[in-house]
Structure formats: structure tokens, C-alpha cells
Design a protein around this ligand. Structure first.
Ligand SMILES: [Zn+2]
Length: 379
């Protein structure tokens, strides 16, 4: 593709409004474009108007490198304060403006074009490049979870997530877990508390126990630091002179590989069990969200190759970083085999903001970077 065609394809993808849904239109567009290059793709339906897309190039033997990007974008917010309409991608002064320009339709499109161009050039690959374009990343990594469950990630030997990192390579991110605890008590007038059972008091017991437990988790990850825990929502009671019969709280934990999600689940379960043995305490714990931490070996072929290729093509050393935020890799790494992951994609710090944009040069250069990393990785 020439430069104009590469830019036009990104505009086409940004112009599809896939705000928290409607990803099938993006999938259909990609499917059609891939077919122009003789690449067959498969849609994996998630819900009405929502489908992930999987396709691959190369040969059946050898290693498999995954390219992955999500097709959904977040809400554009107040459209009237955008410089240009969020779903009419506009180039201005070397930047392309539009919702998803950075997060992450530039990364997704760059990966798709890298595959189309490699195919068109007849490049002999020593393995497979597999694209996993997902639905619902922004609201719980829904597509990645479905694709992993259905086995689409089981053959991966390495994975690049094209989320925006600019000139940095991310090789680790924390996991994320959300939970709700409900405390059941009994109503009574606050002048006669002995007739009631204070649900809020029992939630406080839980908070204190959890704090004590988290304080014992002192193992630090080399790049991600410590596990963190925060109670972020509390609700309970309905009148100041009544003993509350029900109270709930929600919390979020950002996990590291040193303290696995499973270990945290067990520990919280044990705390609840222990407290429920006390008289009148009735607590119920539900896990609402459970995403694994991702941590790759810095010396793995994927990380090393990405650094070498990026330095050669972009003319600078790419710092290796960890981030607290989660990605689709938190689901894909639940696949059968273990494999290294990097997050490396065009973009900047404007995701989820008004006037989101990507530097066009950054987008274009990443197409070439993806091509070379893939060829080198499979060699
Ligand atoms: Zn994203």
C-alpha cells in the first residue's frame, strides 16, 4: 500500500462508530479488505452486531505470533467541543483526529496492513501471524475472553497487543480484580440496638481483616511494584436512627505475578469464612471481575526482537516499561501454553479524551515495525 492508502484505511476504520459495541461493522470492513489480499478471515459472533475477527497468514508449521487489537472505542463525550467530528477522521498538521485514533484503531489497522503487505509481497514466513481483533475490551475484555475460551489463543508462541505506548515497549502490567461484599443484618430502632444486628459493623470487621492481610503481602515485582487494594464503594443503612439491616462494599485489587489472583481469592474467601463464624455475622463475597497480571521475560525472543527492530527503524532505544492498566492479554494469557506478551503500538496520552489523535508518522512507522518484528520472530 502506498502512504495515502495506508492513511485512508485508518480513516475508514475510525469513521465506523464502534462505541462500546457495533464492532461487527469494523470486522466486516476488515474481512472485506483482507479478502482483497487473498486472506480469509473468520468472524466470531459475541452478540448482535458484535463480532471479533480472526485471520492468519503464513505456514502451518513453525511458531505463531499473535497480533491483537480491540475494535471498540469509548464514548466520544461532548461532541460539540471536539475540534473535528469524532467519527469523521481528519488529518491536520501531521495528526489524525478521531475517536479511537490512539486507542486503538491505529494499532489495529497498522497490524492488519502489516499482514496484508507481507502477503502481497509474497514474503516467505517461517510460521504464522494470527490477528485477533476483539470486541468489548473497554468494558471487560469480553472478546478476548471468548476467543481464549474457544481456543483461538492456544497456538500462540508470542503476542503483541497494539495498544498505544508510543516509543515504549510494555512487557508487564498488573492484573485487576473487583469484588462485592454484602453484609446482612437486622433492622431495629437505634435506641434498642440489642434487638437488631448492625450490618455496617460487620463490613467494618471485613475491612480491618483485609487490611491486615494485604499488609502481609510485601513481595515486590521488579517493575510493577506491590499489589494494591482499595475499598472504593460503600453503601448501607437508610435512616440515622435505624440499625442497618444491609450494607455492601466494593473493592479493587491490582495484582502482580508474585501474589496470584487465585491466592488473593482464597485469602479473601478464608477471611469471609472466619468472620461468618462469629455470632450474627453474615457476609457474602462475590467476585465481579478477574484479570490476570501479565509479565513477560525481558530476555525473551519477542521482547529482544522488538527492541532491536524498533531501534533500527525508529532510531532510538525503546524503554521497557510496566503499566498498572490491564489489556486483552489478561485473558489471552489464560490460554493453554505460556507465551511472552508485549504491548507496543502507535499513539499517545490522548485516549478517552476529547480531540484524541495519533501522529500519522507514528502510525505509518509502526506498520513497518510490525512487519519486521513478525518476520524476525518467526525466523
Ligand atoms: Zn485500548
Amino acid at each position: 500500500m502506498n502512504k495515502q492508502e495506508r492513511i485512508q484505511m485508518l480513516k475508514d476504520v475510525v469513521n465506523i462508530n464502534s462505541t462500546n459495541g457495533n464492532e461487527e461493522e469494523v470486522a466486516d470492513y476488515l474481512l472485506k479488505r483482507f479478502s482483497e489480499y487473498g486472506i480469509l478471515s473468520q468472524k466470531v459472533q459475541y452478540a448482535e452486531k458484535r463480532a471479533s475477527l480472526v485471520c492468519q497468514i503464513g505456514i502451518d508449521t513453525g511458531k505463531t505470533l499473535g497480533f491483537s487489537g480491540h475494535m471498540d472505542v469509548v464514548d466520544a463525550g461532548d461532541v460539540s467541543i471536539w475540534k473535528y467530528p469524532p467519527f469523521e477522521a481528519t488529518a491536520d498538521d501531521g495528526k489524525l483526529y478521531g475517536r479511537g485514533a490512539t486507542d486503538m484503531k491505529s494499532g489495529l489497522t497498522a497490524m492488519a496492513i502489516a499482514m496484508m503487505e507481507l502477503k502481497q509481497e509474497g514474503k516467505a514466513l517461517n510460521g504464522t501471524i494470527k490477528l485477533l481483533a476483539t470486541v468489548g475490551e473497554e468494558v471487560g475484555e469480553l472478546g478476548a475472553a471468548q476467543l481464549t475460551k474457544e481456543g483461538f489463543a492456544d497456538d500462540l508462541d508470542g503476542l503483541i497487543i497494539g495498544e498505544p505506548t508510543g516509543h515504549n515497549i510494555v512487557y508487564a502490567h498488573k492484573g485487576s480484580m473487583n469484588y462485592t461484599v454484602t453484609s446482612y443484618g437486622k433492622n431495629a430502632h437505634s435506641s434498642m440496638p440489642e434487638l437488631g444486628n448492625n450490618a455496617i459493623n460487620h463490613l467494618v470487621l471485613f475491612c480491618n481483616e483485609v487490611d491486615r492481610y494485604v499488609a502481609t503481602l510485601t513481595q515486590k515485582n521488579e517493575i510493577l511494584g506491590n499489589l494494591t487494594h482499595n475499598v472504593t464503594v460503600i453503601n448501607g443503612g437508610n435512616q440515622v436512627n435505624s440499625i442497618p439491616e444491609k450494607a455492601t462494599l466494593q473493592g479493587n485489587i491490582r495484582t502482580t505475578p508474585e501474589v496470584s489472583n487465585e491466592r488473593v481469592e482464597e485469602a479473601f474467601g478464608a477471611i469471609i469464612q472466619k468472620l461468618n463464624q462469629q455470632k450474627e455475622v453474615e457476609l457474602e463475597l462475590v467476585w465481579d471481575y478477574n484479570k490476570q497480571p501479565v509479565f513477560s521475560d525481558k530476555d525473551s525472543t519477542l521482547v529482544k526482537n522488538a527492541q532491536i527492530v524498533a531501534k533500527k527503524q525508529l532510531g532510538e532505544e525503546m524503554p521497557l516499561l510496566g503499566t498498572p492498566g490491564t489489556t486483552d492479554a489478561a485473558e489471552f494469557t489464560k490460554a493453554k501454553k505460556e507465551f511472552p506478551v508485549i504491548v507496543f503500538g502507535p499513539g499517545n496520552t490522548t485516549p478517552h479524551q476529547v480531540n484524541e489523535y495519533v501522529d500519522i508518522d507514528n502510525y505509518l512507522e509502526m506498520i513497518n515495525v510490525y512487519k519486521e518484528i513478525a518476520v524476525k520472530f518467526l525466523d
